[in-house]
Design a binder for this molecule. Structure first.
Ligand SMILES: *Cc1c(COP(=O)(O)O)cnc(C)c1O
Length: 388
């Protein structure tokens, strides 16, 4: 028989993407965003592991007007799926990217004068007029034309007439923490750049500064467009930013119990013999490990089995983890366990896994590997009454 793609073959561990919740989240985010402010949906890194094409389609249907990725390859996936919306390449492009920016009709984000010159030269040679947004460095100090050096770069940019400058933007170093003082300073710097451009008779076009944290907490920085990635996925950029009622996570990570062991006091579990049973224990084995993106912890963390929290025992291996289900007698072979997400009244949050990984929610979401199949589901709201 014909062999289907590897991701269509059986796997007892998978990632569920709840399209209904994604639609609800986008509707909530669109309703929260002032109507005059455009939404750019950031779908880099497979939309933080959720699948860039499915997230982009729902974003556009919910009122987003622009998409953004980091690499030409990511943009090619969207174009191949038939998406014709504007796509921003949110990085300073290198010359090998230029022909692909042309071929895929991408908006180039330029944050170095040298890049602007190279792109202008390519544009003249190829006859293509690139649409460009100028990236301003207002204090993050990674990419961008320096905010304090407008008189140095503006005349130079102006002379590059093969470029169609359609926008100006910057990026917050810290928009989602309680202390907004540097974010406010970045906004002030950004505004001085816009003012200097306008005073010099150079229209900045579409102005944008906010990511999810800025959208939530810095309304004075919304300008013409907001670039949002994590928020419509139902995950907040931090613990302290504003909450939107009804927003809920889109992703659930699951695995089925593939083996159960009854072990005696003094016996160990797994590589390195990192866990020793103090009494008779019932151990369930889940076929998911650090090669799927789960942090390589030992004797730390929980999963949900039969709606209850089961502690991890021993070390997480490449393809397996062990959990103690002694207190969950209902647990059986083939039962669904939830690694990330809700089961009944319990929830393992992305943030809980991020704490285990000594990292952030972004890293956990984007870290689930491609070897875990993505399964689309269309659930009703998990908690009644919280969602419109
Ligand atoms: C990734 C990214 C975003 C989206 O950030 P979220 O916090 O996920 O909303 C916005 N702008 C730029 C430049 C980015 O690289």
């Amino acid at each position: 028989m014909p062999v289907p793609p590897s991701t269509a073959l059986p796997r007892n561990a998978w990632v569920e993407v709840n399209l209904g919740q994604l639609r609800r989240n986008f509707a909530i985010v669109r309703a929260f965003t002032p109507p005059a402010v455009q939404i750019l949906s950031v779908v880099k890194a497979e939309a933080y592991g959720h699948g860039s094409v499915r997230v982009a389609r729902i974003a556009l249907a919910a009122g987003a007007s622009v998409l953004a990725v980091i690499t030409p390859g990511e943009a090619a996936v969207l174009r191949a799926a038939g998406l014709s919306a504007p796509i921003f390449l949110l990085t300073n492009p290198a010359p090998p990217d230029f022909p692909w920016c042309c071929e895929l009709n991408l908006t180039c984000c330029v944050g170095q004068l040298e890049t602007a010159r190279r792109l202008d030269e390519f544009a003249r040679r190829s006859g293509w007029q690139p649409t460009v947004h100028l990236k301003i460095n207002t204090g993050m100090n990674r990419f961008g034309l320096r905010w304090s050096a407008v008189p140095e770069w503006l005349p130079a940019v102006r002379s590059l007439t093969a470029l169609r400058v359609a926008g100006v933007y910057s990026h917050f170093a810290m928009s989602d923490e309680l202390d907004k003082s540097f974010a406010r300073e970045q906004r002030r710097r950004f505004q001085t750049v816009l003012d200097a451009m306008t005073a010099a008779g150079f229209a900045p076009g579409t102005r944008h500064l906010c990511n999810s944290g800025g959208l939530l907490d810095l309304p004075e920085a919304h300008y013409d467009l907001v670039r949002i990635g994590i928020l419509p996925l139902g995950v907040y950029p931090s613990k302290v930013c504003r909450r939107l009622p009804g927003l809920a996570p889109v992703m659930t990570v699951k695995a089925r119990i593939t083996a159960i062991q009854e072990i005696e006091p003094g016996e160990t579990v797994g590589y390195g013999m990192r866990y020793t049973a103090a009494s008779r224990r019932r151990i369930a084995i889940l076929p998911l490990g650090y090669a799927d993106g789960f942090p390589r912890v030992r004797n730390e963390g929980h999963v949900l089995v039969a709606g209850r929290r089961a502690p991890l025992v021993g070390g997480v291996a490449m393809d397996a983890m062990a959990v103690d289900v002694t207190d969950i007698p209902a647990a059986r072979l083939d039962d669904e366990a939830v690694i990330q997400g809700r089961q009944g009244a319990e929830e393992i949050t992305v943030e809980e896994i991020a704490t285990l990984a000594k990292s952030v929610a972004y890293d956990v979401l984007a870290g689930w590997r491609g070897r875990l199949p993505r399964v689309e589901v269309n659930d009703e709201p998990a908690t009644e009454g919280t969602t419109p």
